[in-house]
Design a protein. Structure first.
Length: 397
């Protein structure tokens, strides 16, 4: 726990120091001619870096593509030392439409793990159509505890393995009326569990946790969604509602070895509570039924958005539901903080839902405005007898 807190504070201090340096150099513009100051700041490598980040969050010409890159080293016990590179871009399809966004990232570590991904929202003129996409390729050493709350709650089940994954989630929306959207979805998910660590004889864990399922899975899904969206922007909302219901089908005729149906629901609300303060709330659930989903497609908690105090994949089952309340406060210049609390549960079916297996979650985060409406975030979350440290882009929801 102490090691994670120190890592959180160290990374926050580095970003805060850089932000202070950028803020100080930006302040000089008030006292001296702009061209002179920018010329002085552009001298040398460090000056160019300061100017680059100083300009990264300024409002640009809406007719141009606004693109910025940031990167740096990191370390964790699971993947060792690594280097991550993140690129983020905003652009407009017309000057009267909210900005579209795209984020690309690449990460590689000394243990041989890698992650490549692209996410974004493409908004057509007058916001009549939207394309949302998330595509990930990775090979990462991770852990598996088994299926169900009881397995996830048994620390001795923790089994290391190498997961290779390809995840593609595409949604297209047409505007039907005021803030109402409808459209199709496409989902492809490939997962393979390799190099599974086998425990000593008589100890729990190992390949037995997969309960005889295939270690390599392919899931192909088609579906539809309906949404009501009044958010002022998609990456760092400050007001509005987002209600979305997504229905997906994974039938055998789409080359699925295991067929099932999935329903996902999200209800989020954002409002300003005082100067610089945004209250964000989200109710979320994902439910599998009418068949059997493979281990890789079971809903989980933890990770970048759902119950950030848990290691993603520790708790997984046929169904999952969670609720989070978060206060986001802008503190100084481009710096902000966030605190949140929430609760969730994984369960096999609604008749097995039990208040005794709730997973509490709370945490604190640091925010730095990398670009307009695009925040780099560092989150330190706490859950049931565990904690989690995250570095990501955009808000959790």
């Amino acid at each position: 726990m102490t090691r994670i807190i120190k890592r959180f504070l160290a990374l926050a201090t580095v970003i805060l120091t850089a932000s202070m340096a950028v803020g100080t150099s930006a302040q000089l513009v008030v006292d001296e001619p702009t061209d002179t100051v920018r010329s002085q700041r552009g001298k040398g490598f460090f000056g160019k870096v300061l100017r680059y980040f100083d300009d990264s969050n300024k409002v640009k010409d809406p007719t141009k593509f606004d693109f910025s890159v940031v990167g740096g080293p990191h370390y964790s016990k699971e993947v060792g030392f690594g280097l991550g590179i993140l690129a983020s871009g905003n652009y407009h399809t017309d000057v009267h439409t909210a900005p579209s966004n795209v984020s690309l990232f690449f990460d590689i570590t000394t243990t041989g793990s890698y992650t490549i991904g692209v996410t974004g929202d493409h908004i057509r003129p007058n916001d009549m159509q939207r394309l949302t996409y998330e595509i990930y390729f990775n090979s990462v050493p991770t852990y598996f505890w088994g299926i169900g709350f009881d397995n996830g709650n048994t620390a001795a089940n923790k089994t290391k393995y190498l997961e290779k994954r390809v995840d593609m989630d595409i949604k297209y929306r047409w505007r039907l009326g005021d803030n109402i959207f409808i459209g199709p979805t496409l989902r492809f998910y490939y997962a393979a569990a390799r190099k599974i660590h086998e425990p000593a004889e008589g100890e729990p864990g190992g390949v037995a946790l997969w309960q005889g399922e295939r270690l390599t899975t392919h899931s192909y899904g088609l579906g539809a969604l309906v949404a009501y969206d009044t958010r002022d922007n998609l990456t760092a909302p400050t007001r509005g509602w987002h209600l979305e219901l997504t229905q997906r089908f994974f039938p055998r005729f789409l080359w699925n070895r295991m067929s099932f149906t999935s329903t996902e629901f999200t209800a989020s609300h954002y409002e300003k509570v005082w100067k610089g303060g945004i209250l964000a709330m989200r109710l979320h659930g994902k439910f599998n039924y009418w068949g059997t989903a493979p281990w890789s497609m079971l809903p989980t908690v933890g990770g970048r958005s759902d119950l950030r105090g848990y290691y993603k994949g520790r708790y997984r089952d046929n169904c999952e539901a969670d609720f989070t309340v978060e206060l986001r406060q802008k503190v100084w210049r481009r710096n902000g903080i966030a605190i949140w609390g929430g609760v969730g549960e994984v369960f096999p079916s609604f008749d097995k839902l039990s208040g005794k297996k709730l997973l509490p979650n709370y945490g604190i985060g640091y925010r730095w405005e990398f670009k307009k409406h695009v925040n780099l975030r560092i989150d330190l979350g706490f859950g049931r007898k565990q904690s989690n440290f995250l570095f990501s882009i955009n808000e959790a929801f």
